[in-house]
Write a protein that binds this ligand. Structure first.
Ligand code: PHE
Length: 346
């Protein structure tokens, strides 16, 4: 009988189960009441009483072993079954699922580039509030109350203060408010650029928007002159635009700078020959600039006899338009992925 036990161990050890049918065969042969192990148990009756106990233990061991194997096999079969049911058949000829990574918004790309250029020549980045008081947006910048220069920028007012118009709250119309805040809290030398969002009450069209972005720059120190302004902006244009781009300073007016100049560059689209973008003049305006008016410096508690400086401001949308030929301002805010994807990897 012991030989039989050994033979069954052997048989079970070599048994492999790959399907439900085979599992059932295993069960019939080793586990069921009609199986070989039950048969051996039945045979115990004929064994001499002295050997019965030891043999019984032996058979119990075998029975447990068969049961363990059975449990293991049924688990394996079950796992096979569920993974076969849930996983769809793999079709290796299908194209892969595209990996849609985001892209940087063109305005972010250009803002980063502008910051990089100025950081390399010693400007740091400053920030200020978008909801601003009349004083910081206008008053401190030499726009007296009721001065016509205020009409240059149509303003969204948020709250009026009837007792003191300087405290009227508004959405800033330019980033020049940061100029004032910087000069108020920092002693010269001040050499900063201030990128940010600005608002003007304009009807949205291809050429105008009620919300856009500027980068303003300011440099205040002893002996800062117009030559420094020119050098700085020449450098910027050289770094930002195509080689061979022409630059010109055109006299202009801002209440907070004197003298003031607007900066034009040769049109990037037609190379200066004349096209729709440059209105057939060959030149496009990219920035306003000037020597900070001594009165503005004094307004911030800095002595204008000791310190002078220049400031400039440009629109990020305009620079982006020229760099990437974007001819409708609305594209920047419509979130059309067909537009945005074109800037992938830049
Ligand atoms: N703040 C001006 C504007 O928004 C631009 C500017 C900034 C001009 C600094 C001169 C100096 O139009």
């Amino acid at each position: 009988m012991l030989e039989n036990v050994k033979a069954i161990y052997e048989e079970i050890n070599q048994y492999n189960v790959a399907s439900k049918e085979e599992l059932e065969q295993f069960r019939m042969r080793f586990i069921s009441r009609k199986g070989v192990i039950t048969e051996l148990f039945d045979g115990l009756k004929t064994v001499p009483a002295d050997d019965r106990r030891a043999l019984g233990q032996e058979l119990n061991g075998l029975k447990n072993f068969a049961q363990e194997r059975f449990d293991l096999f049924s688990q394996q079969v079950e796992e096979q079954q569920t993974s076969a049911n849930s996983a769809p058949p793999v079709d290796l000829t299908l194209p892969t699922i595209p990996n849609l990574t985001g892209t940087q918004h063109p305005l972010s790309l250009v803002r980063q580039r502008i910051i990089q250029i100025f950081e390399r020549i010693g400007f740091n980045v400053a920030d200020g509030p978008e909801i601003e008081s009349d004083w910081y947006n206008f008053g401190a910048l030499n726009f007296p109350d009721n001065h016509p220069a205020r009409d240059m920028q149509d303003t969204f007012f948020v709250a009026k203060d009837s007792s003191n118009p300087s405290n009227d709250m508004l959405l800033r119309t330019h980033t020049s408010n940061v100029q004032i805040r910087l000069m108020e809290r920092q002693k010269p030398p001040i050499r900063s650029i201030m990128p940010g969002r600005v608002y003007r009450n304009e009807t949205i069209s291809a050429r105008a928007h009620c919300m856009f972005h500027q980068v303003e720059g300011i440099y205040i120190d002893r002996n800062v002159g117009f030559k420094d302004l020119k050098d700085t902006l020449y450098h910027f244009v050289k770094e930002m635009f195509e080689p061979g781009t022409q630059i010109r300073f055109r006299p202009s007016y801002f209440p907070f700078t004197e003298p003031s100049a607007e900066i034009d560059i040769s049109c990037q689209i037609c190379g200066g020959k004349g096209c729709n973008i440059c209105k057939h003049s060959g030149w496009v305006e990219i920035a306003g600039s000037g020597m900070v008016d001594p009165q503005v410096i004094a307004n911030c508690g800095i002595d204008p006899e000791e310190f002078t400086g220049f400031a400039f401001g440009m629109g990020i949308e305009r620079i982006t338009q020229l760099k990437y030929v974007v001819n409708d301002l609305r594209l920047y805010t419509e979130n059309d992925v067909r537009f945005l994807r074109q800037f992938e990897g830049l």
